[in-house]
Design a protein around this ligand. Structure first.
Ligand SMILES: [Zn+2]
Length: 190
């Protein structure tokens, strides 16, 4: 069983079981974007509070970073530098790199992503015991800076029996790949 997570404007998810996408009763199976991960988080596009998508989608990561940076001149300057003055174009990959280079605002944003995405995925692992979690979309372009600590956190949170054979990996597909295609292709790679 493979669980696919796409981090883009929102967060999409999909579950592939025995080579087939599992849709659920009304087609929403695997959609973890609206999973509640905190009781007092930011408001989601759907109107809910504390949903994963409002914290860890690529869009949310960028928005949070730009919002927080307003109060930190050094971070603002760093953002301007790496985006050639177009802060709104900053990517998730650049934010994770800033965090790795020691920017404390970026580190705060990244910590939130690892915390809440890790929580949501750990719950998925406890529920369905997948062999693999594949991250795709623009958010996943942060690569190992996202995936290594995320994998570590999932393993920490899960019962060893549930996560012992779990692998967390970045999708090798482009960010435009539709979810179903991604899940199906990912299975062929195994
Ligand atoms: Zn929502």
């Amino acid at each position: 069983m493979v669980f696919f997570v796409g981090l883009g404007r929102g967060i999409g998810g999909g579950l592939a079981v025995n080579g087939r996408v599992y849709h659920g009763a009304t087609g929403t199976a695997g959609e973890i974007g609206h999973m509640i991960v905190t009781e007092d988080g930011p408001r989601c596009s759907c109107g809910g509070i504390g949903h994963l998508e409002a914290i860890a989608s690529a869009y949310a990561i960028v928005r949070t970073m730009i919002g927080l940076s307003v109060e930190y001149p050094e971070t603002e300057a760093a953002i301007r530098r790496i985006t050639d003055g177009r802060a709104e174009r900053i990517t998730v990959e650049q934010i994770f790199k800033l965090a790795a280079e020691g920017d404390q605002v970026a580190q705060r944003v990244v910590h939130g992503v690892h915390t809440y995405l890790g929580l949501a995925l750990a719950n998925i692992v406890q529920l369905v015991n997948p062999s693999m979690i594949i991250l795709g979309g623009p958010g996943a372009n942060a690569g190992e800076l996202l995936i290594a600590p995320l994998s570590e956190r999932i393993h920490e949170l899960c019962l060893p029996e549930a996560s012992q054979s779990l692998r967390v990996a970045q999708s090798s597909l482009g960010s435009e790949a539709p979810l179903v295609g991604a899940v199906t292709l990912a299975l062929q790679d195994l």
